[in-house]
Design a protein around this ligand. Sequence first.
Ligand code: BES
Ligand code: MN
Ligand code: ZN
Length: 496
Amino acid sequence: MPALEIAVSRPVLPTEGALVLPAAEGEAFAALGEGLLETATREAVAAALAACEFRPKVGAVASLLAPGTKLSRLLVVGIGERGKFGRLEAERAGGAAAAALARDSAAAVAGGRLPAPLLAAFGEGAALRAYRFDRYRTTEKPEEKPKLARFALLSDEAEAVRAVLAAGRPVRNGVALARDLVSEPGNVLTPESFADRCADLEKLGLAVEVLGPKALERLRFGAMLGVAQGSANAPRLVVLRWAGKSGGKGRRPELEAPFAFVGKGVTFDSGGISLKPGQGMEEMKFDMAGAAAVTGVMASLAESRARVDAVGLLGLVENMPSGTAQRPGDVVVTRSGQTVEVINTDAEGRLVLADVLSYCAQKFKPRWMVDLATLTGAIVVALGHEYAGLFSNDDALAAALLKAGEATGETLWRMPLGEAYDTLINSDIADMKNTAGRPGGSVTAAQFLRRFVGETPWAHLDIAGTAWSDKDGKLAPKGASGFGVRLLAELVAASA
Ligand code: BES
Ligand code: MN
Ligand code: ZN
């Protein structure tokens, strides 16, 4: 679904739709809408807000009538204390406005005293929050659909606001793309159709390479193929290249020490022979959210013509039980040559990533490599839905990621790695086993990945708790969050 477009214009009172009035704590309500609304209206607004004891905390909203104007209503949105009002607060306030405005077809924000970057951030938050995946709603009546179609920011510094919005558009589009992919059901988004959608990104200037099962066999992706072998939907490895620095052209441009992203792309995770319980299994269509985030960030780099070299690799498979599925106890030979005893076929993500990570490290010799994966239920137990788990063999990369997390609000919490955890995945029959039981489940999973990255600076983000939400969020409706796209775009911008 296309993201809501945000327009910017001079501060003139609109003749239709809602007027959004950002309100700061400790400031006179009667000043709201100054320069746009008449004094009598502003005094009525102040009286109404006082009567309902409105407190302008970030994202608090109050809806009021606007007699004497042609507006459908006024929406007062809290922005908290002006001194503490930064980018993230502005995005959240904008998100709250968009959520409250779903029933209006047009809205304009009285930018007033907000500096251009913060007003733009308000608009960006609104655009992100207004996302909706309604592709499969065929009987919804028009009056039931969210109507918000026109959203304008009114500002004296329209040019400056426009510039910030334009600079952020590729990332917003990347987020929407990731959400679209995650929202698609497993019968529609298979490894093959996911790869087909990636091929569409060539229009942005990305070089897209798709490797099918034959090529993967030639390259000895034994662990990834083991996961795929139970499914009627054959696996794909997608390689997205962006040569924005070296300027390489053609179908497979040479990249110079690129930034590398690797995504877990299990288009449906039934658990395989180690079948998951039926309750909630439908959610496992989201098990490709890592691959979706990588797709989103690569698309955003291309759309913004970023002056960097980057590569994104997507390990696309479906994990199904069948007569051809791999069994618990099977031993597979990974691309790296190391062998793995498959204790539990539901620990499939690490098997896929093992081959893709080792391939990525060897083939692209990246400056660093970050993988994103809905890898473990254990990270949800540890961190809930607030932070994604960060595991890394490189302190500088970890620090850069933590910083990008704070800057974007896609926050990370660093988790440990170490020898004592590593020995837990030793196997009696092979070089390692793919699970080590419940204790430290996210850590042993990361430890497993670490055995496939060699000396490459690497970080693993376990996004199982942050890629999907059961309830409406500040910047996304319930469902796919697109977590990782803004984080990685920021990481690249800060590292370039
Ligand atoms: N895709 C799941 C992880 C997951 C579980 C994400 C629940 C979100 C919610 C992964 O493939 C998986 O099944 N992991 C197992 C590993 C276990 C068998 C060692 C898990 O976490 O239960
Ligand atoms: Mn699984
Ligand atoms: Zn999985």
